[in-house]
Design a protein around this ligand. Structure first.
Ligand SMILES: [Fe+2]
Length: 144
């Protein structure tokens, strides 16, 4: 259970960092495809943000406390922070890489939840993997 708690906190902090990056790109994207990119990043950050509260509550259901500060998020997150304003295509490429990383993280944590018979939790984690697979597909298609 201890290793599941740690893996969940890392995935949660990473998901929050991913959300923040997508929102940051939504605010700052520029270029001839501004409108499409602004909307694409908008759809992604809204979907991910919409999962954050349920994610935190799923962590609480396992008995662990949920991190919720920049200090803890930055210590736990596996998603690299972005402080530069990148060209639009580089934003898409970076968010794609991060989304694929999130899918992989959820694939692994899902197994840990399943091993403990926490089917409600694993169902939630499978949903997050599926959501990131969709985000990755949209980002990948944008780059072609
Ligand atoms: Fe907006």
């Amino acid at each position: 259970m201890e290793s599941l708690h740690q893996a969940l906190k890392i995935a949660f902090a990473s998901e929050f960092a991913f959300y923040l990056k997508a929102h940051y790109f939504h605010w700052n994207v520029e270029g001839p495809l501004f409108s499409q990119m602004h909307d694409l990043f908008g759809k992604i950050y809204e979907e991910v943000y919409g999962s954050i509260d349920a994610f935190a509550e799923n962590i609480r259901k396992t008995g662990a406390y949920t991190p919720g500060s920049f200090t803890r998020f930055s210590a736990l997150s596996s998603i690299d922070d972005e402080t530069a304003v990148l060209p639009a295509e580089a934003m898409v490429a970076e968010l794609l890489q991060d989304s694929e990383k999130m899918s992989e993280m959820f694939r692994i944590v899902f197994r840990a939840a399943e091993e403990l018979g926490l089917h409600g939790l694993s169902d939630f984690l499978a949903g997050r993997q599926n959501a990131h697979d969709k985000h990755s597909w949209m980002l990948r298609s944008t780059l072609k």
